[in-house]
Design a binder for this molecule. Structure first.
Ligand SMILES: *[C@@H]1O[C@H](CO)[C@@H](O)[C@H](O)[C@H]1NC(C)=O
Length: 289
């Protein structure tokens, strides 16, 4: 099923059948891998020859960028350094999403806070337009002091959210129980910095202090080991096998339990008030570590 495209590249019509694929994917250079789509004219800047990207937010505008490529499964990694100081009211979103009414989406959102108060890391998974799967965490470090790595593993069996290689959340493919799983729609990576002071910090009680603007978040080392979608085919990274079959071993599950026991502050699976018809099906599996 594979046709030769160029000496180093193979096009595969079925990614599941492919093993011979060699493509250099997002290599950390933002000029090559991403486009600024919001905040032209200075709010979003690619710097240091493409190694660094900064987003900023002030009263006139937020900013954002997106990957040039679209993916169907992959391991997406980025290092982020979040808005320091008084970041209350700001949200830095970093997510994969498809298009259309029955879209799929895998979200990291960082909700800012007053100086010295903890950011909230908000996560969600949408499959076929249905979300309501929020889980929130505090972080075990100051995400504004340094760059930290935030990754999304998305393969046919599972979605895993990682912070510095530590898994914090797993959403498994439970299609056999009737839970839709994102696996047919290509997704793009997006990141935005915007004002959400109507809800973000302490439920909207703390407003953005514009005297602190501009607010800035920085990005580096974007890496996508992924299958890249292009005109109906997908081109997979050379080390596809590593992430395509990745699962959480005993040690990783232990790390995830540590995070969830100590840093998780909200879990939709523990909020039966929201689901009068009963908790979502996948919740029955969330304790099976
Ligand atoms: C901000 O700090 C308050 C007080 O410590 C905390 O309750 C809240 O979860 C923090 N984060 C957000 C996004 O409100």
């Amino acid at each position: 099923m594979a046709a030769s495209h160029s000496p180093s590249t193979w096009i595969v019509s079925s990614l599941l059948m492919s093993s011979l694929v060699v493509v250099a994917l997002a290599d950390g250079n933002f000029y090559r891998s991403c486009d600024v789509v919001w905040g032209h004219g200075g709010h979003a800047l690619i710097q240091e020859g493409g190694d660094l990207l900064t987003l900023s937010l002030d009263k006139t505008s937020g900013s954002g960028f997106q990957s040039k490529d679209e993916y169907l499964f992959g391991k997406i990694e980025m290092q982020l350094k979040l808005v320091p100081g008084n970041s209350a009211g700001t949200v830095t979103a970093y997510y994969l999403s498809s298009k259309g009414e029955t879209w799929d989406e895998i979200d990291f959102e960082f909700l800012g806070n007053l100086s010295g108060q903890p950011y909230v890391l908000h996560t969600n998974v949408f499959s076929q337009g249905k979300g309501k799967r929020e889980q929130q965490f505090y972080l075990w470090f100051d995400p504004t002091a340094d760059f930290h790595t935030y990754s999304i593993l998305w393969n046919p069996q599972r979605i895993v959210f990682y912070v510095d290689e530590i898994p914090i959340r797993e959403f498994r493919n439970l299609e056999f129980l009737g839970v839709p799983f994102p696996k047919n729609q290509k997704m793009r990576l997006y990141s935005t910095l915007w004002n959400a002071d109507d809800w973000a910090t302490r439920g909207g009680l703390v407003k953005t202090d514009w005297s602190q603007a501009p607010f800035k978040a920085s990005y580096k080392n974007f890496r996508a080991d992924a299958c890249v979608w292009s005109s109906g085919s997908s081109y997979c990274s050379a080390n596809k096998d590593a992430w395509f079959w990745e699962e959480l071993d005993f040690g990783k599950k232990g790390q995830m339990k540590w995070v969830r026991d100590n840093y998780m502050i909200y879990d939709y699976c523990k909020d039966p008030k929201r689901f009068p018809q009963g908790l979502p099906t996948e919740c029955a599996f969330s304790n099976l570590l």
